[in-house]
Design a protein around this ligand. Sequence first.
Ligand code: NAD
Length: 462
Amino acid sequence: MEYRVAQLEALGRFLDEKKQDILEATALDMGKPPFEAEFSEILLCKNELNEMLNNLSHWMKDEHVDKNLTVVQRRTPDAVGVLQVTRLDSVFIRKDPYGVVLIIAPWNYPVHLLLVPLIGAIAAGNCVIIKPSEVTKNTERFVAEVLPGYLDKDCFAVVTAGVQETTRLLENKFDYIFYTGSPSVGRIVMAAAAKHLTPATLELGGKNPCYVSDTCDVQNVARRVAWGRFFNTGQTCVAPDYVLCSAEMREKLLPALREAITDFYGPNPRESPDFGRIVGDKQFQRLLMLLRSGRVVIGGQTDEEERYIAPTVLVDLQPSDPIMQEEIFGPILPIIIVANMDEAIDFINSHERPLVVYAFSSNDKVVNQVLERTSSGGFCGNDTLMHVTLTSLPFGGIGNSGLGMYHGKFTFDTFTHHRGCLHRGMGREALNALRYPPYSQQKLGIVRAASEVKRKGACTLL
Ligand code: NAD
């Protein structure tokens, strides 16, 4: 434990001492505004780190669990014998590390998505290889050069790699792979893991629907949706990808969104220090192509040289439009018209299960209905993104949006093999005779009575 705590504390010093460098690297890579960088890349990592340090001694301990053999009626002398034997034994879950873990991270939160899993992998006692994204070059270089100086080099390594090198890296046998990125690469990673039967967590993406009901405070909804969509220039896996609402609500929402965007970023978001840029040319060109769908009602301005795309809202879309076929991952918000909540739920359920479903309504019943009748990695009612900031909630996808979960204790558990252990005493062998051949119906009756897990409240007659 002392070793793990020392490594985690060193990681904390890295975040404190190198905060400015991290802000500069992410600003160079994607114009990440300092507020957004400090909140998402530093503060949320520190929260995970402190949560881990506060609970590590408790989470690491053997967990002593129930012995179902103690559930027995004291009717026969033999059954009492079985009871006594198990009372002398020790039944517990040992929290073993997996061994050597590989963490592969994407570019959109290049520090957070690398360090949050690393914190849990260290806490659980593993050796770790971390591979930052090659797309955010400045952050990748900085992490590779500086982070190893803080950690024990015998156990923790940063490997810089593009697609070719990562393909080679994945040929090795790891004990656990934690991957964050697109569903298409997730399939490649899982196939590589399967070759060695390596367990894997896949944190993937997708299109997160955001239903806005007719009964809500439109100004509040607009601000919360605009913040979630345009934070990090829309390059967020849990961003609301599109809005579903009635035609009447759309007419109220559009001026409110326009006002929210102007309040946030001023009349020209290009000049705002609080609005970033698209990470690379390839990603920029993909978004330009998506902008051809529907009709622009807010924003739409672009600048290739700066990789700038204004906060944009699109309407008049068809479900078959390119923008509705893939995760947007940029500052573009399409609004899709639905007749009512039932139609919105049908629309959501006719697509892949997303990382998160958002529902806005002043009527709790509506929010609960959307929660009840859809399936997704997570859920957030009447806000966006904020569910991810809670270390008490598991974070992860389902189906196409991922496999497994992390954050807080869930990260520790992800990187821990829960080893089921029974440690018996050597003596009292006579009591074991019940389960040894030669078998008899009488022995079976006693073993059943001593070991059966009974339904609660059921009447037990021996
Ligand atoms: P990506 O899949 O292109 O890359 C992710 C990582 O995989 C990078 O480190 C990259 O080097 C590596 N990689 C790429 N191609 C590979 C290959 N053929 N073989 C092996 N490794 C390969 O994803 P990205 O563009 O960096 O990130 C965007 C995606 O990540 C979006 O879909 C987004 O929703 C998702 N994402 C999910 C979460 C989450 O927590 N669920 C968080 C952030 C991003």
